[in-house]
Ligand binder design. Structure first.
Ligand code: FES
Length: 80
């Protein structure tokens, strides 16, 4: 599903971007950057934020020491 029509970003591309290990985006703006674009109209920001929150929630179930990228997304970092 296309999440950002301005940059033609899909939810799958955003989720994949969140699993890139140490280079994992920690804010919505960093997601755009990770995917080689920048925000234009901004209508998709809330949806991207929701995808990030979902990834974070899923990472909470990771065992201690897991290097899952989404586990490193702090609540504060996602408030942007
Ligand atoms: S829909 Fe994403 S910047 Fe416009």
């Amino acid at each position: 599903m296309i999440v950002c029509s301005c940059n033609v970003l899909s939810d799958g591309a955003i989720k994949a971007c969140l699993k890139d290990g140490g280079e994992c985006p920690r804010s919505v703006r960093e997601v755009y950057s990770c995917l080689g674009c920048s925000p234009k109209c901004g209508r998709c920001a809330n949806t991207i934020r929701a995808i990030m929150e979902e990834a974070f929630a899923a990472a909470v179930a990771c065992p201690p020491g897991c290097d899952c990228c989404a586990a490193s997304i702090g609540i504060e970092a996602m408030a942007e």
